[in-house]
Design a protein around this ligand. Structure first.
Ligand code: ZN
Length: 314
């Protein structure tokens, strides 16, 4: 029995060659292509994330998406899970997205997050080189597909809605539905039930007509080029303490692991647009120069904090 137990421990502690990570050279995003061929940047050209800049084309037909069921409280329960790479909220059935130039109806499957560290930002997409503190992805699968693997074979099989997350001083009460449960999923493999809430309450509901659209890939292995990306211009705002729950209190290791590793910087590096067209929706403001003030980064806000109330605008 002792030998068996010891053998199992060795097995469990060995890195799974089919797994991936963000923090070790042997399995970080730059080496994903060795285990997941589609992730190789030289073989495949249309990767995500990208930097969103002024080289866009406005398309007036890109009006707000139709978000079915997002205003309602769904029945049953949702499940929050730490899968070792992110915190994922699986939302069951009942929600779907369509319109806004999407080629079909897509059922909402899950949402998850990407973040940085205690003093660094961690969104996946960037805007004019600016990286936001976090990014949330709502993943939707084209309804005609029976399963995810079928959707990944379709260049437009998935529609992912990306939302930047920025930081302010006040808690986001709606975001509390998720952040209050984070301590229950601190370690890899842990799950927690969440009472459904209206998905729209998380989103910048007055600015849903402002977004960017491009064709790209999953930002995690297997990196399939199967994603119609919709990246919204106006961020979700959460508090510093809500951000810190992600950057300091979520771990990529299991609860009984000998060495506990924080899950940080779980974002993939920026990829070139490689001739792809990035479209701006009818109401997107990036192109007009009349946008709201430029986004303040977490680090800039940090400066304001450390300067102790001195009214500086950085
Ligand atoms: Zn993602």
């Amino acid at each position: 029995m002792i030998w068996t137990a010891a053998f199992l421990v060795v097995l469990v502690s060995c890195a799974d060659p089919e797994d991936y990570c963000y923090d070790e050279p042997s399995c970080d995003p730059y080496s994903w292509g060795e285990s997941f061929p589609l992730c190789h940047p030289l073989l495949e050209l249309h990767h995500s994330p990208i930097n969103l800049d002024h080289h866009m084309i406005r398309n007036d037909s890109l009006q707000p998406l139709h978000l079915e069921g997002f205003e309602e409280v769904q029945t049953g329960h949702w499940t929050l899970e730490n899968d070792g790479h992110s915190v994922v909220l699986r939302v069951g059935s009942g929600m779907a997205v369509s319109g806004g130039g999407l080629p079909g109806t897509y059922h909402t499957v899950q949402l998850h997050f990407h973040w940085g560290g205690p003093a660094s930002n961690g969104s996946e997409h960037t805007v004019d080189g600016h990286r936001y503190p976090m990014e949330m992805h709502i993943v939707n699968m084209k309804s005609i597909h029976p399963n995810v693997s079928a959707a990944l074979d379709d260049p437009t099989g998935l529609a992912v809605l990306g939302f930047f997350i920025d930081v302010v001083y006040a808690d986001n009460l709606h975001f509390g539905h998720i952040s209050q449960k984070l301590s229950s999923v601190a370690h890899k493999g842990q799950t927690a039930k969440i009472k459904p809430f209206p998905m729209m309450s998380l989103l910048p509901k007055h600015n849903m007509s402002q977004y960017y659209r491009y064709q790209g890939s999953l930002t995690t292995p297997p990196c399939s080029q199967a994603v119609v990306w919709t990246v919204y211009e106006v961020p979700i705002y959460i508090s510093w303490s809500q951000l810190a729950q992600f950057t300091s209190q979520i771990f990529s290791t299991e609860e009984d692991a000998e060495q506990v590793t924080p899950l940080q910087n779980n974002f993939r590096h920026i990829h070139p647009s490689s001739g792809r067209t990035v479209l701006a929706s009818r109401d997107a403001t990036l192109l007009t120069g009349t946008a709201a003030p430029p986004p303040r980064s977490a680090l800039r806000l940090l400066h304001v904090v450390t300067l102790g109330g001195i009214a500086l605008r950085l």
